[in-house]
Structures are given as C-alpha cells and as structure tokens.
Design a protein around this ligand. Sequence first.
Ligand SMILES: *[C@@H]1O[C@H](CO)[C@@H](O)[C@H](O)[C@H]1NC(C)=O
Ligand SMILES: *[C@@H]1O[C@H](CO)[C@@H](O)[C@H](O)[C@H]1NC(C)=O
Ligand SMILES: *[C@@H]1O[C@H](CO)[C@@H](O)[C@H](O)[C@H]1NC(C)=O
Length: 535
Amino acid sequence: MAVTVVVIFLLCFFSTGRGNNQAHHEESYSTTPTRGQPWPMPQKYSVTTKTYDIDSNNFQFTASGQTCDILTKAFARYKTIIFGSQDTKLRFYPNRFNRVEEGVTGLNVKVQKPCEEYPYLGMDESYELMVPDSSGQATLSSVSVWGALRGLETFSQLITGTPGSGYKINGTTISDSPRFQHRGLLFDTSRHFLGTDVLKKNLDAMAQSKFNVFHWHIVDDQSFPYVSQAFPQMSQMGAYDQLHLYSPNDVKEIIDYARDRGIRVIPEFDTPGHSQSWGKGITDLLTKCYSKGTPTGTFGPIDPTVDSTFQFLNEFFTEIKNVFPDKYVHLGGDEVSFSCWQSNPNITEFMKQQKFGTNYAKLEEYYMQKLIDIMNGLDKGYLIWQEVIDNGGKVKADTVVEVWKGGWQAEMGKVTGLGYQSVLSTCWYLNYISYGSNWNNYYLCEPYNFNGTEAQKKLVIGGEACMWGEYVDDTNVISRTWPRASVVAERLWSAQSVNDAKAAAPRLEEHRCRMVRRGFQAESINGPGYCTPEY
Ligand SMILES: *[C@@H]1O[C@H](CO)[C@@H](O)[C@H](O)[C@H]1NC(C)=O
Ligand SMILES: *[C@@H]1O[C@H](CO)[C@@H](O)[C@H](O)[C@H]1NC(C)=O
Ligand SMILES: *[C@@H]1O[C@H](CO)[C@@H](O)[C@H](O)[C@H]1NC(C)=O
C-alpha cells in the first residue's frame, strides 16, 4: 500500500513538473441542477411560476383519440417512471394532501392517426402539451403514437417530487418536434458482447433523451454473436462461445422493446472488411492471404472474385430483411485493408480480367456494387459508411451515407452534393474518453456547419453517437455512454439556436440526476456536485 502511495505521489510530481496541462482540479460549469426542466429542449417551451399538485394515488392517463398496445404500455411505464413503485422503490413519495382544487388530475392523450406497426425514417414525432387544460387536466396531442411517446417523456420530466410534500408541475405549454429525423446511437456487440438486459436498459435511456435509432453493430472481426437461422454455423464457429449469443428470440425481444419506445433497430452487417468472424463458419468466404507465392493460413476481406460469395450474401441478407422490420440495414463498407487482396494470385488475375490495374478501391467498389444490387433486389434500404462513396460507388437515391472520418465538413459537402442523404458521427465518438468535462465538444458540433446549398443541408437527416466496444462491456457501457449521449440527443432534437453549453449545463445536470433516479448508472460529467432525491 505504502509503495503505491509513493508511486502515485511521484507520478503527480513529475507530471505537474513537466507541463502545465495537468491539474488536480478541473474547471467546470456551474452544476446546480434545474428542477422540472426538459431535456432535450423543446422547440417551443413556456412555463409559468404557478405550480399544481399532482395526486399520485388518483392520477390517470386516458386516451381520447386513437390508441393501441404501444400507448397502453407507455401509460403503465410512465406511471412507474413518474411515481415509482413499491417494488422498485425508485421514488414513491406519498402525497401529503389530497386536495384537487389546485391540482392536475390526469393526462388526456389525443392521438389523431391510427397507430403504425413499427417506427420508421420520417415518422411524425411532433406533439403539443398543455398543463393544465381548461378541464383541470393536462392534454397531450399528437398526430401519431410516436409523437405521443415523445410527449409522455417530456411530461414525465416536468413533474418533480419532494419527500413530504408530494408531486408538483408548473403551468406549461409546449409545442415540439425534432430538428432531425435520424437520431441514432451505435453499440458494438462484437468487440464485447452486451447482454439483452443491458441493451434494453440502454433503450430506456435512449427513450429518455428521445433517440429514435438503435444502430446495432452486431458482428465484426472479433465475434459473430448473431444466431442465423439459415447459417447457424456462423455463430457456432464465430461467436466467442455459445453463451454469448443473440438467439432469434433475443433479437425479436430487442426489436419489440425498441418499437414500444418508438426506436428503430438498424442492424449493421459490416463487409467486406471487418468480417474475420464470418469466415469461421463459412469456408471459402474470405480471401486467403499469400506470402511469396504460398498461403500464410490467414485471411483477409471477403473474396469478391467468386460466385459463391454472392450466392451466400443473397441468402444471408434475405434472412436479415425478414428478421429486422426496419426498411434500412447498415452494410458497413469501411476500413477495407488491401494487403491480403494484393497478395492473392487469383485476385491479381481477376484484377487483370476486370481491367482494374492495381486500383484495389475498384475491387472494393465491385464488391459493394454487387451487394447493393442484392439489396435492391430484396427491396431493402441501406446505410453505408462514407468509404463506399469515396470509392465512387453508385448507390440508390434513398441511400443514407454515414460520415465518420476527420474532415467531415468537406465530406458532408461532397456526399450531399452528390444528392445523397447523410448522417454525421465524426464528432460523436463517445468511446474516446479524457479527463474532465468535455461534453461541450459534442454539444457544439453542428451538422449544418459545412459549405453547401439549402438543398444540400436538407439532405442531412441527422447523426449518431457511437460507443465502440473495445473497452466497454456490461459492467461499464451504460455509465460511459450516459449522460454524454444525451448531449448529442439535444443537438439532434432541439433548435439549432439551442447551442450555449454553459446555459445547458444545469439542465443537463438535472437530466443526469433524473437518469440516476430512474436507475441508470449515468456518470458524473460536470465536476463536483450531488443529486438530491427530488429529481
Ligand atoms: C415553477 O414555479 C416556481 C415558483 O412557484 C419557480 O420557482 C420555478 O422555477 C418554476 N419551474 C420552472 C421549471 O420554471
Ligand atoms: C484460385 O482459384 C482456383 C480455381 O477456382 C482454386 O482452385 C484455388 O484454390 C484458388 N486459389 C486461391 C488462392 O484462392
Ligand atoms: C466555407 O467556405 C469558406 C470560403 O471558401 C471558407 O473560408 C470556410 O472555411 C468554409 N467553411 C467550412 C466549414 O468548411
């Protein structure tokens, strides 16, 4: 023990002595949390200083418009979120009094259109909230059930509870809708497996920040946990082991859980690179690497020169189309290493036949084009990483290009200049961590901040926060992701003018405390402070 202390002391001594970029104490924003303010900030939000009691024993959610299982389940869920339950002991402050003359007695939810089966790109998420309405209740109106879900979340955030004096809500009028249609969060379940309980917990956290896309980077080089019904050998051979798997039933549970919260599930099956784990179950899929004319026993990207590759992909993606109801799947296409392709004599021969010269980007493009043709045949939409466009790929008009590399302003200009929709993730890699309060970098990254016409800006449909899985598993993925992902959520939901990090900090602090009260291990991000039990 004593030795450890001395070592730490010396490290501190030397590091403070060597430069001025180390400090024991970091500057941080004011951390006094707000009370009863929403995150992300609604488009129009006005609040009065008149407060109303809420009687937790008699409060009712009622549907006076269209309804369905999504809404009924949401009512039950938000009752527990707001008032807690004796089982979870999350909150549960008994009312001090039962008077209703100054109270809001219920929330009347009016959904105009019949519920849709699954959330989708471009769904209507707008809603209006009035507290109280003329009848002494609160009213939430929306076009679609998805808007009602967003409004219920906002409503839950306006209510504060204080031990001893019960629940209160201020007079409030809100008119709200998202700035961007695609507000995603990427989790990587290949570098480390994440249990379905953690994935569900994360979907709850996403709903609290109004994210609407779970980008499920489900497989990669390291492991293939997805259990394919057509090719069960892929997870039998390619998963870490037979305990770290997503069965068809697990996948369905995640999709259903997400749907109930208005969240789309877009799986990513990344090829032709990042596919080492695929090759274990499907022999002859990957390129054999050579050294001085002999095989090394190692493998490279998928082999684009043989028909069997595309027969397999057709069958595999037919399954994926049927398992995942969303119109879109992510096809990857990033970071393809050419060295193995360069070493293989058959590939060299193929390059000659196709007149590709030594331009292996053309081979990659050849592969992606054939995969895209398969997807077009299946009538499934797709997202791709930016490399596919950088290599000159011709994709369908409704393709979504995900920009992730440095120099994103130029890339967004290029991608939208070609007429493609784009989502930005470059500035929201949450897996890069550093000491101190650095969330304002995520907050200030503005997707429209590139040179382009109005028409080009319209093609920016949103962005994604990414949590790559090298250093996170079930033990820390929630705390490392939250509440930093919420910062991205506000950028993508709220008006462009809501961009003052200092002004946002107290509201973010409340949002984080609210997450903690709801049972998320959301880490501290504003420096010293504490959460009272009141959020
Ligand atoms: C609600 O009203 C009280 C005064 O009754 C005020 O102090 C508080 O700031 C208001 N809350 C919000 C969220 O504006
Ligand atoms: C090259 O192609 C031939 C004929 O299809 C095949 O027998 C051989 O295994 C291939 N070699 C490599 C290195 O893939
Ligand atoms: C936009 O173009 C102007 C003029 O060429 C340039 O000064 C500026 O840096 C560009 N902005 C971005 C974000 O690329």
